[in-house]
Design a protein around this ligand. Structure first.
Ligand code: PEP
Length: 247
């Protein structure tokens, strides 16, 4: 199970950052899980220095800029150098700020060029009765996967995050049955880009109100490879309980 804690902009003090990281290190040493945390960039640098634990780091985004005269931009190269090994890209909160599929595809290429494994977020705003949202998901994958090489496609993690389930409670998250269907659908779309057993082996995460109370049931029998966790990743005790539920 790959468990990625997306701290978003919830964490705004180094004291809190250190406390959650300490908890992540304690639970992240277990053989059955790989814990990755995505702190705000200043804390990523602070925590990654000298990190010898099993916990890895993700950036919450990368810049479209590759460097130079671009004040305020966080380049993939700088984030990788600061200690990130993954990059969350195309998160719905960034898409809502105007990021297009083309921009996200470009960012995925920057991430890969700097040895950051992209975590590509896809997800529908709502579900229509005719299931047109499925073609929207297919288009989000196609925009990024089509230009990539086979090797780059294999390195790209998919995070299925239905927007209607983000930032709610466990009771409002997806059901295990629906998640199982979505994982199958995403693997079917991926099989158009990954020949052989590539789509079977691809890493697919679910995100949207994962909490200690629903992590286990959503992990069992759904075919999902892990979770992208938002609000439940920024409280040390809650995050520990969530990770332990997946041992
Ligand atoms: C997210 O936004 O990536 C997310 C999964 O948030 P939450 O867990 O708070 O729904």
């Amino acid at each position: 199970m790959l468990i990625v804690g997306n701290w978003k902009a919830y964490v705004q003090s180094s004291e809190k950052a250190k406390k959650i990281f300490a908890a992540a290190k304690r639970v992240g040493g277990h053989a059955g899980v790989q814990v990755v945390i995505a702190p705000p960039a200043p804390y990523l640098g602070m925590l990654a220095v000298g990190n010898r634990s099993k916990v890895e780091f993700a950036s919450q985004d990368v810049s479209l800029s590759t460097g130079g005269a671009a004040t305020g931009e966080l380049t993939a190269a700088a984030l990788a150098d600061a200690g990130a090994s993954y990059a969350i890209l195309g998160h719905s909160e960034r898409r809502a700020m105007g990021e297009s599929d083309e921009m996200i595809a470009e960012k995925v290429r920057h991430a890969l060029a700097n040895r950051l494994k992209p975590i590509l977020c896809i997800g529908e705003k709502e579900r229509d009765q005719d299931a047109r949202y499925l073609s929207g998901l297919r288009a989000q994958i196609a925009a990024v996967f089509a230009p990539l090489s086979q090797k780059e496609r294999m390195q790209t993690v998919i995070a299925y995050e239905p927007i209607w389930a983000i930032g709610k409670t466990a009771a409002e998250a997806i059901t295990p049955a629906d998640l199982g269907e979505m994982v199958l659908y995403i693997r079917k779309v991926l099989s158009e880009y990954l020949p052989g057993r590539g789509a079977e082996k691809a890493t697919i995460l679910y995100g949207g109100s994962i909490e200690p109370g629903n992590a286990r049931e959503l992990a069992s029998g759904t075919g999902v490879d892990g979770f992208l966790v938002g609000h439940a990743s920024v409280d040390a005790d809650t995050f520990s309980r969530l990770v332990k539920a997946l041992y």
